[in-house]
Design a protein around this ligand. Structure first.
Ligand SMILES: Cc1ncc(COP(=O)(O)O)c(C=O)c1O
Length: 376
């Protein structure tokens, strides 16, 4: 058997990693400014993370959701405390798409409606409803197109108002800062207008924090920069620092009943240990502060580069917009400078998503190497 060939691959084979440095099978070191799509939050192979996972594996790795698992309760409490979202309850699953799939399902259970409002350039995952709310026809199979989804321009409050006024809207789903789309962020005015419209019309507001959550923007959640309270929040990526785990934070006003949601693997012992380790490191090492501080430092340095047309994003979720497509420079950064970066749907945007404990020295090194490539 061979692999189902859906990924174009770079010619790099990582075999080990520590912090923000990845080592390949030839012993070459790479600086990781992408964290495998925003997944690495506390750095590769963090000692506390390794210890907690190993200890858990020695005790019990998995049992189903039919029995008591105190780690799930610990995780919910810790997450509520660190995020400030104490009025929510946690449902655990395995990925970002699954988190959004469950969020959309919960919204529809709650108000009995079907039509979803999503935004141009959105990305919410590849499962049924999640991909239907993703603004990319290429990855939607005919079976996904049966869902009722309307895509609106970001920041167009009038368009949102007109759609909600039709009375059939179940939920609005948006990324706090668009990841795959290219780092666009709704304005605070739009956020607040949208939250008010949703509340007045019993429309469920879903904040997709799969990429922007877990401290990446300098606050625990990206929407917290805008003073709103979504009904449902979805999380994944940085939550497990590489261990597959996702979650849905559901506001207290939405009631659970037995059997409404479910999963075999979600919330297993190992996954909980991974997410707890991440939260413990975020708290102990004050990583939200580091993300906010170094994010500002990064943006300032980026803005001083003449070829950079615009710097987008917040904290350590940043996009550098050029007036040329970035695919070549990304290749040169990997092969010549040994730096991983990301692209976006907007081909002019270089996406930067380092671990939250990246250092100032590593940022300086990144800019040194980027400048070298921009001048050749
Ligand atoms: C904002 C956002 N939501 C959802 C997803 C889907 O997550 P997953 O690939 O874990 O299913 C992604 C993945 O890139 C994402 O960026």
């Amino acid at each position: 058997m061979e692999l189902f060939d859906v990924y174009p691959l770079y010619e790099v084979t990582p075999v080990s990693a520590k912090g923000s440095v990845v080592t390949d099978n030839k012993g070459e070191e790479y600086l990781d400014f992408y964290g495998g799509h925003a997944v690495i939050s506390i750095g590769h192979s963090h000692p506390h993370y390794i210890k907690r996972l190993k200890e858990q594996l020695d005790k019990i790795g998995f049992y189903s959701n039919a029995v008591q698992n105190p780690l799930q309760v610990q995780l919910a409490h810790k997450l509520g405390k660190l995020s400030g979202c104490r009025d929510y309850n946690l449902f655990m699953c395995n990925s970002g798409a699954e988190a959004n799939e469950n969020a959309l399902k919960m919204a529809s259970f709650q108000n009995g409606k079907e039509r979803i409002l999503a935004f141009k350039n959105s990305f919410h995952g590849r499962t049924s409803a999640a991909v239907a709310t993703t603004d990319d026809e290429k990855i939607q199979a005919p079976i996904n197109k049966q869902q009722k989804v309307t895509f609106l321009p970001l920041n167009d409050i009038r368009a949102l108002q007109e759609e909600i006024a039709k009375g059939d809207v179940c939920a609005v789903i948006l990324e706090a800062i668009q990841g795959v789309g290219g780092l666009d962020e709704p304005t605070t005015e739009f956020y607040q207008g949208m939250a008010k419209l949703c509340k007045e019309n019993q429309v469920i507001l879903i904040a997709d924090e799969v990429q922007s959550g877990f401290g990446r923007t300098g606050l625990f959640f990206g929407f917290q920069h805008h003073g709103i309270h979504p009904d449902i929040i979805t999380i994944a990526k940085g939550m497990g620092n590489g261990f597959p785990i996702g979650g849905v934070l559901i506001h207290n006003s939405i009631k659970a009943t037995y059997g409404l949601l479910g999963t075999t693997f979600g919330g297993n012992h190992l996954a909980c240990a991974a997410a707890l380790a991440v939260l413990e490191v975020i708290e102990k090492e004050n990583l939200l502060h580091n993300a906010a501080e170094l994010g500002m430092y990064f943006k300032k340095k980026a803005a001083a580069i003449s070829q950079v047309k615009r710097v987008k994003g917040r904290g350590l979720m940043v996009g550098l917009e050029f007036d040329f497509e970035v695919s070549e420079i990304r290749k040169r950064l990997i092969y010549r400078q040994h730096i991983f970066t990301g692209g976006a749907k907007d081909k002019h945007v270089l996406r930067i998503l380092p671990a939250l404990n990246i250092t100032k020295g590593q940022l300086d090194l990144f800019f040194e190497k980027l400048k070298q490539e921009l001048s050749t």
